[in-house]
Design a protein around this ligand. Structure first.
Ligand code: NI
Length: 406
């Protein structure tokens, strides 16, 4: 029988050994950011990095995903570790020596670091395969920023045989090396809505002969905010933000219609669906009150990312064990951004934790540029922490036979 392998100094040492490779990979990806589901350069760099680790590698069909299995050949559970790989369509203004070389593309959400940390974890764990029992599945995912790459990978059998899943997201505006964790909802759902208020066009000097949709649209912007505060439980919150309001072409014409659009965020499926229904009712009702009509379209986006409470607490305990007490904190509230790791967590228990990566020379980490900022920078040394955490979670999960209470 195998003795229990504990995550400890060996993992931390191995993570330091692999850090130069992670820095090199991260900088290559940072220079050449790719968008969406098609990331040929990124995929080739990942395949090259993990090539000699003895993993069973499968690439996606119609997307640049990589699923790599470390199968120890010994019985045990399967844990999935995830790193997303895509960048954002935005300019970079960090001034880094390895800044993006592609106009209007930037790794501003740290997915370059996620990819490097996952490749680092694969290297660490492959070096320890003789003392492991079970399987570690590495999920290198394209298309997190809106394209739902995780959902497509699930349709391509990503989760077959998987017992639990774990992911890290960097937090460049949180203290370096500290893990934030949260049981239950960790990130919001993100849906979009469009409303077309239809009236009757006419001359601006004779509104009584027309059916003016403009004041209806204005009333609707406010009515939607009132709807949120009066119908949504303050402890199960939602956000409705109107971000687009378009109508009219010239000063003396009442337009036939006015368009509104915006985003809906929620942290429970119950409130998410309540808000969809309420937007429809309020829009149609306010429009009808003024003799207009409203057509509402809800574009369903990523669901709420819900951490399994037991797994999230367990993962935090693995961090405490690996890095020492004081390296974790329980988050008081979810993040209102969204994640397509939510689709994975709908199918298998697991958790996403947040890793603070603010450069240690910044005296005010909480004021540092966040993810999606054109000035976002991260401390590359913390990739050793992230890779060690991935590895420690896998080692602990396999050595306990998937029993979180063991
Ligand atoms: Ni992200």
């Amino acid at each position: 029988m195998l003795g229990e392998v504990t995550a400890g100094d060996a993992v931390l040492d191995a993570a330091q050994d692999v850090l130069p490779t992670m820095v090199d990979l991260r900088r290559k990806l940072h220079r050449q950011p790719e968008l969406g589901l098609d990331l040929p350069y990124t995929q080739s760099q990942v395949l090259q990095t993990i090539d000699d680790l003895g993993l069973t590698v499968n690439v996606g069909k119609g997307l640049s995903s990589v699923i790599a299995d470390l199968d120890t050949g010994r019985p045990g559970p399967t844990i999935l570790l995830r790193g997303d790989m895509d960048a954002l369509p935005m300019p970079e203004d960090t001034g880094l020596e390895f800044s993006s070389e592609v106009d209007n593309r930037m790794h501003a959400c740290g997915h370059d670091a996620h990819t490097a940390m996952l490749a680092g974890a694969a290297t660490i764990l492959a070096g320890m395969r003789d003392s492991l029992s079970g399987t570690v599945r590495f999920m290198f995912q394209p298309g997190e920023e809106g394209a739902g790459g995780a959902k497509i990978m699930i349709e391509q059998d990503l989760l077959d045989g998987v017992d639990a899943a774990f992911a890290l997201h960097v937090a460049p505006n949180a203290p370096d090396g500290i893990f934030g964790w949260k049981p239950g909802p960790a990130l919001a759902s993100a849906d979009e809505f469009d409303i077309v208020v239809k009236g009757r066009g006419g001359h601006a000097s004779t509104p009584h002969w027309a059916g003016d949709p403009t004041p209806v649209a204005a009333e609707l912007v406010l009515a939607l905010q009132t709807m949120v505060t009066r119908t949504v439980d303050a402890f199960d919150p939602a956000i409705v933000t109107v971000t687009m309001l378009q109508g009219g072409t010239v000063h003396n014409v009442i337009p036939e219609h006015v368009n509104l659009g915006g985003t809906i965020r929620a942290v429970s499926e119950r409130t998410r669906h309540l808000v969809w229904d309420n937007i429809r009712r309020v829009a149609e009702g306010v429009a009808a009150a003024h003799g207009c009509t409203a057509e509402v379209t809800i574009h369903e986006g990523y669901p709420v990312t819900i951490n399994d409470p037991a797994f999230a607490a367990w993962a935090a305990s693995v961090a405490d064990e690996t890095f020492g007490l004081g390296h974790t904190y329980e988050m008081g509230s979810p993040i209102m951004g969204a994640e397509d790791f939510s689709y994975v967590l709908q199918k298998v228990p697991g958790a996403m934790l947040f890793l603070g990566v603010c450069p240690p020379d910044n005296p005010n980490p909480f004021e540092a540029p966040s993810c999606h900022s054109n000035r976002m920078v991260l401390h590359e040394g913390s990739m050793a922490t992230g890779a060690a955490m991935h590895a420690a979670v896998a080692i602990k999960y396999l050595s306990s036979g998937g029993d979180l209470s063991a």
